[in-house]
Design a protein. Structure first.
Lengths: 447, 185, 544
């Protein structure tokens, strides 16, 4: 039976982003029910039972994250909606906020109720001005309708929501980077411990959740835990630490396909299905060479690996960082992988916040090596050097404070592992006299 | 107590040099101050303040930095530190009437985004980061605009333009120039 | 007592202490390399040099579970049964990686860098770094920026942010900032708001590399030629512990000496940079009698001659400088009272400039600009029940009640004007011990050159009743005798003057100093901890 979208159910309706249309489709009934019938604890348990995992990239179980909040804190507790979607290849939050902001908002209000937050900040990246306008309009409508403000719908739950505008920096999507940014500082992620749930925004308990995660919260409240768990991929039987990959997911598809776009399907569809069935196949009659699986950070898979399911566990099995944002960018057979690697290294060197030595220097070093290779002065041993950088920087080995370095590292690791032949050929072709060199080369002009 | 406060107190006459009018007028100040009630610290109003000033004055000059610092009880270095991190705010020259942010991340690059950036550079005769002499266009490269479904994309002030081609860029530039003429600025 | 296992050794952590991995490892004699952590500043955890392996040992079964990721020791508070491993291959590789990363863009201009010889980047490279350079970037620049009180060699900076945190948390002015993002970052200031505050010199100590440099010390001396001596700053009544660093009897640099009870890790710029009086060519360098150089140079003869003069002078008085050490004040009072049992003992003028200045991190600069008013007052009070003020002494001079006055001065700055000096004209005998020429000298029968603080042995008591003892850092100039030596000789003391023996003596005699018996530890001793004085003595000390 074909899957019926729920997260994207509204987007084709005219003026889908207005309260009127949203309520006509059953919107805010969930909120009403929650405020009337459920305690915050009930909601936390429901979300925990559903197995919902964050859709921002880290895939942390949402209910577990909420349970880290201190039990009897006098408050205030803050809630941050992470709408700083900046992962290259990712645009699904944008679609949601432009066309169905109320779904996100309802999910946020329910989540704030569950976490006893009294103030919520929606951190929207600067590059989403339409989202900002529509979310603000939605917030205003909610205040007018009594879904926000003091004593919402006659309960003793009060909530204020403010929008916060970003300024073009990727690291503000990291939860503590986001918190630092709201506080008016440079967005340097914080060392943990302490964790945000204990000491976050303004040193108070704070929960940061992704836009899509909150939309799922609303859907779980409306349709139930059983429905949510009927979709997706159950945990691996012999892995007690696997929480499974439940629920629907928005998959952004872009790059060299015929129909780039945002598609909703249960977790677990394969890359090939996404590309062929939803995306209309590779463009211009070409074949695919590679794809990034979940935004640039997760690294690449080769065409041979396109049968990898898009859930929270399977991408690791083919050497990727994880599902990430679940957004796939397809590269066809004519696209040089050296250009992919260069684009990736350039992105992360530009976006590194600069506080940790390995990331700050390592991303720049990787970029410099790529520049040198593209300038026709590459050596085969440079690939080993890049690989070493790719294996040593990041929160996975523990050498950095946040995961940006891992995002920089995985494209390096996967590209070299899976396309080494192509890269070596490029180096040999462009530097026929020097590719065997192993000693460090003199500087290029301009160093 | 802290020395910067003394400096700030001197700046309360609020001039880049004595006798000049303050950079932030009363209305802008009030808009910034309106943010203060949302946050327990004044510093949290900094990024909104920077946005307001850049939108209104098309730049956040060093004088504006001092005035914002004064308004929010921060040292000028604290304001500048945050400002400089984002690489987003123009300090020593004004943002053009239209800021063209051309995406150069993966999806757009895979569909010709870099060529379009080069094309714009040649057409406007400026490099990324610069503004045309008539003050109309500022060209910047952007990292993933989140418009991958419409790659290659360009963000022009507050409007996202997708599926761009060289022809569409020509049309866009023409219509923006016409808009500016129509507005009479 | 919690037990932590560090490199397979069991270390007991003192009860109630919250220690991080670096501090705990120090208890085991292991130094975990680090750049950005400092005990006086907030934890940043950004340099990543202190990464270690962390695990736990099950107290019941002894089973060891190690965490797969490395952790920064600076942000890891040790708990009972925690395991730290600092000597594994994993840790070694991480350290080598961080070193290599820091050296990528570093100019490696050690031959022209002040920090060579005390640079952590150098030290860690030799101990933990890679043997060969693999980077293909060879940046060289000596680009420098004037930040105000200090200079920044921006390309040497490793972005540990200690200086930025110091300016925010300890000195409070928040003048320093980071410019930009990522690999382009550097430290800077806003034009017109330079790093100019009284604590700014501390950022040079904090800088692990040669990025931040003293303007005062720039290119003056190689650090491996410097010998350092524990001493005490005499700039104000706080008396911060310092290191005086000298080469061939010339002071090149003053650094803070860690004292957890007092100045912690900091000193102010006045104490740090204001030692110009030490090698000032205007210093008095030879003894004079009635305006002519005193030809008797040996100590014994000098002592006898001045003793004779004192005995013949009639009623005596002494002006005891608050710059004198406790021992010297004691000997002077004993000497004068020994000749005239009714002699007037006055405290020298106490220089006060402005008001006390306190800083957010807790540091204080006292308005009282002398190191030992409390100590001197306590000594005088022992001999005379109460320290007279300088004004009272002047009154007695005016009234012709005094025959001979011994003025021990030793002030850095002008302390007496011509009008006041002229009041001493009528005295039969005037002995002046001082550093610099003053109007008083023309009236003096004997002019004796005084040593500076760095040339004395002895102890001082600061405004918090903390006594610190020092040994001299440099020898005084050739004909300059310390007061201690002179007084000892004049009292007929046997052998050389030994300040610690005099201290031991007076600690037994004078109850206020009782806590100094048996020796004074490195960080000084709080005299309040063992006050056996009766109320009368305590309350007679001025200004308590």
């Amino acid at each position: 039976m074909p899957y019926e979208p729920v997260l994207l159910a509204n987007i084709s309706k005219k003026e889908s982003y207005t309260l009127r249309v949203y309520e006509a489709g059953g919107g805010y009934r969930g909120l009403r029910r929650v405020l009337k019938e459920l305690s915050p604890r009930d909601v936390v348990e429901m979300i925990t039972a559903s197995g919902l995992r964050g859709r921002g990239g880290a895939a942390f179980p949402t209910g577990v994250k909420w349970s880290f909040l201190p039990k009897d804190h006098p408050g205030p507790i803050y809630f941050c909606v992470n709408a700083d979607e900046s992962e290259p290849g990712t645009f699904v939050n944008r679609i949601q906020m432009e066309f169905d902001p109320h779904q996100v908002l309802e999910g946020a209000i329910i989540s704030c109720y569950a976490t006893r937050a009294s103030k919520a900040f929606i951190y929207i990246r600067y590059e989403y001005p339409l989202c900002y306008r529509r979310m603000q309009a939605a917030v205003n409508e909610c205040y007018a309708a009594g879904y926000l403000g003091k004593n919402i719908l006659g309960s003793n739950f009060s909530l204020d929501v403010y929008l916060y505008r970003g300024a073009g920096v990727y690291i503000c999507g990291e939860e503590t980077g986001l918190i630092e940014s709201i506080e008016g500082r440079r967005a340097w992620p914080r060392i943990k411990p302490p964790f945000p749930a204990v000491e976050g925004l303004f040193r108070k308990p704070t929960i940061v959740n992704n836009v899509e995660t909150l939309a799922c919260v609303k859907q779980i409240v409306d349709r139930g835990v059983a429905w949510f768990r009927s979709l997706g991929v159950p945990p691996e039987p012999n892995n007690p630490r696997d929480p499974g990959s439940f629920g629907p997911k928005l998959f952004g598809l872009s790059g060299h396909v015929n129909r780039p776009g945002c598609y909703e399907a249960p977790l677990g569809i394969t890359v090939r299905r996404l590309v062929e069935h939803y995306g209309g196949g590779v463009w211009q009659g070409r074949k695919a060479k590679a794809a990034v699986v979940g935004g640039l950070s997760t690294g690449v898979i080769s065409e041979a690996e396109f049968d990898t399911p898009l859930d929270f566990s399977a991408p690791q099995r083919v050497g990727c960082l994880g599902l990430g944002t679940g957004c796939v960018v397809v590269l066809d057979e004519t696209f040089p992988m050296i250009d992919f690697l260069y684009n990736s290294c350039r992105f992360f060197a530009h976006e590194s916040c600069g506080q940790c030595t390995p990331c700050r220097e390592g991303t720049r070093w990787a970029l410099r090596i790529l520049e040198r290779i593209k300038a026709g002065r590459g050596r085969l041993c440079d690939l080993d050097l890049l690989m070493e950088i790719g294996l040593t920087i990041g929160i996975t080995p523990g050498t950095t404070i946040c995961g940006l370095a891992d995002g920089a590292a995985w494209p390096i690791q996967t590209t070299i592992r899976k396309f080494r032949g192509e890269l070596e050929e490029y180096i040999k072709k462009t530097n026929p006299h020097g590719y065997r060199e192993t000693k460090p080369l003199p500087a290029m002009t301009g160093d | 107590m802290s020395q910067f406060k003394e400096h700030a107190a001197d700046e309360r006459s609020l001039a880049s040099h004595p006798g000049a009018a303050p950079v932030l007028d009363g209305a802008l100040r009030r808009e910034i101050e309106a943010y203060l009630s949302r946050y327990p610290t004044k510093r949290a109003a900094l990024l909104p303040a920077l946005h307001l000033v850049q939108e209104r004055l098309r730049q956040v000059s060093p004088a504006a930095v001092r005035e914002i610092a004064c308004l929010l009880d921060l040292s000028p270095a604290q304001v500048q530190d945050t400002l400089g991190f984002y690489g987003f705010f123009k300090q020593h020259e004004r943002l053009g009437r239209f800021c063209l942010r051309v995406c150069r991340s993966l999806s757009c690059a895979a569909r010709g985004g870099e060529d379009l950036l080069e094309y714009l550079c040649r057409k406007l005769d400026i490099r990324p980061g610069q503004t045309t002499a008539d003050g109309l266009f500022t060209l910047e490269f952007a990292e993933c605009l989140g418009a991958c479904d419409m790659a290659p994309a360009i963000l022009v002030n507050d409007t996202l333009h997708g599926n761009m081609t060289k022809e569409k860029i020509d049309d866009l530039l023409k219509s923006l120039a016409a808009e500016k003429d129509a507005a009479g600025t | 007592m919690p037990t932590v296992i560090i490199d397979r050794r069991e270390i007991r952590i003192p009860e109630g202490r919250r220690l991080n991995g670096i501090e705990a490892a120090r208890l085991a004699g292991i130094e975990i390399p680090h750049y950005c952590w400092h005990p006086g500043l907030s934890v940043a955890g950004t340099c990543r040099m202190c990464l270690v392996e962390v695990g736990t040992r099950d107290p019941a079964t002894g089973k060891i579970t190690m965490q797969p990721k490395l952790q920064p020791a600076c942000n890891t508070l040790v708990t009972d049964n925690m395991i730290l491993v600092t000597d594994s291959e994993k840790v070694a590789q991480a350290r080598a990686m961080v070193e290599e990363d820091l050296l990528l863009r570093h100019p490696v201009d050690c031959p022209i860098c002040d920090k060579a010889g005390e640079c952590l980047l150098q030290d860690y490279h030799y101990r933990f770094g890679r043997p060969e350079r693999r980077a293909d970037i060879f940046p060289f620049s000596s680009r420098r920026k004037d930040l105000g009180d200090v200079i920044l060699f921006a390309d040497r900076c490793i972005l540990c942010t200690r200086c930025v945190r110091f300016a925010a948390e300890i000195s409070g002015g928040k003048e320093l900032m980071l410019i930009g993002r990522g690999t382009e970052e550097e430290i800077g200031i806003v034009d017109g708001y330079p790093l100019c505050n009284k604590l700014s010199g501390n950022v040079v100590d904090l800088c692990p590399v040669g990025a931040l440099v003293d303007k005062d010390f720039l290119y003056k001396q190689r650090v491996w030629f410097l010998r350092r001596h524990a001493n005490v700053c005499t700039g104000c009544a706080v008396g911060c512990s310092i290191w005086i660093e000298e080469h061939q009897e010339r002071i090149y640099r003053i650094k803070p000496r860690e004292n957890p009870f007092l100045n912690k890790w900091w000193i102010c710029n006045d104490g740090r940079y204001d030692y110009s009086h030490v090698h000032d060519p205007r210093r008095l360098l030879r003894a004079e009698k009635s305006g002519a150089p005193l030809l008797t140079v040996d100590l014994q003869s000098l002592a006898e001659e001045i003793n004779r003069s004192l005995r013949a002078a009639g009623r005596l008085a002494a002006v005891v400088s608050p710059h004198l050490t406790v021992e010297e004040a004691y000997l002077l009072c004993k000497l004068i009272r020994g000749i005239d049992s009714d002699a007037l003992l006055a405290l020298g003028p106490v220089p006060v400039i402005g008001e006390d200045e306190s800083f957010p991190g807790g540091f204080l600069i006292a308005a009282e600009k002398c190191p030992n008013r409390r100590g001197v007052e306590a000594v005088i009070a022992y001999f005379a029940h109460r320290a007279a003020s300088f004004d009272e002494l002047l009154t007695e001079v005016d009234q012709g009640l005094l025959g001979g006055v011994w003025v021990s001065a030793g002030y850095k700055h002008e302390w007496i004007g011509p009008a006041t000096a002229s009041r001493f004209d009528r005295l039969k005998l005037l002995v002046v011990q001082d550093l610099f020429p003053s109007p008083l000298l023309e009236r003096a029968t004997y002019v004796l050159p005084a040593p500076v603080y760095a040339e004395r042995d002895g102890s001082y008591v600061n405004r918090y009743d903390r006594m610190q003892a020092v040994h001299r850092a440099i020898r005084p100039p050739k004909n300059v005798r310390t007061e201690g030596e002179l007084f000892w000789a004049m009292l007929g003391g046997e052998g050389r003057y030994d300040a610690s023996r005099v201290r031991e003596q007076l600690a037994y005699e004078i109850p206020y100093f009782a806590a100094a018996r048996g020796g004074v530890p490195e960080s000084g001793v709080d005299l309040k901890s063992n006050l056996l004085a009766d109320e009368g003595d305590v309350s007679s000390r001025g200004g308590c």
